[in-house]
Write a protein that binds this ligand. Structure first.
Ligand code: HEC
Length: 141
């Protein structure tokens, strides 16, 4: 009986913690919202999907020349709430805005890194839909 009460309390505390985590999911600022809107317009998407963004972030591609496996996770790790590392070992601060308030606040910075990293991983730029899903995933964490 006592044990039952204890696990009931534990479950309640967990539920409360999860609820407050959901509330803490980041909201994009004005500029980033209009960047995401521009992705919506150019892709024709009604909405973007955090789940698609998660899959995109984790999917691995083999580089056509280097023949090595590359992914967003190569540098950012499979958990965007954790710090990552560049190829030369320099620390990259976490991508998730819930743990790094500076992330996804500056459209110029976002576009600059999308261009650079998509080219490195995919050998092409990311599509507006991929970018929209990606930002939606990051904001959901
Ligand atoms: C070769 C290493 C590497 C890979 C692989 C990589 N990134 Fe990054 N990424 C970086 C670095 C370095 C930064 C910027 C570091 C900083 O701002 O602290 C960054 C930052 C970003 C940012 C800027 C976020 C912001 O607002 O600050 C975006 C967007 C991004 N990456 C998207 C991607 C996507 C999409 C992929 C996969 C297609 C990817 N990255 C794969 C190294 C990488």
């Amino acid at each position: 009986m006592k044990k039952g009460i204890r696990s009931f309390i534990a479950a309640s505390v967990f539920a409360a913690a999860s609820a407050s985590m959901a509330v803490s999911a980041a909201e994009p600022n004005e500029q980033v919202r209009s960047l995401v809107d521009s992705y919506k317009k150019s892709s024709g998407a009604q909405s973007f999907s955090a789940e698609e963004g998660r899959k995109f972030f984790n999917s691995k591609r083999t580089h056509s020349v280097k023949k090595e496996e590359r992914s967003c996770t190569t540098c950012h790790t499979t958990d965007p709430r954790q710090p990552g590392k560049t190829i030369v070992g320099k620390v990259i601060e976490p991508l998730a805005p819930s743990v790094n308030k500076e992330r996804f606040t500056d459209p110029e910075k976002i576009e600059k890194w999308f261009k650079r990293n998509c080219t490195w991983v995919l050998e092409r730029e990311c599509t507006p839909r991929e970018k929209g899903d990606y930002i939606t995933y990051m904001m959901s964490l």
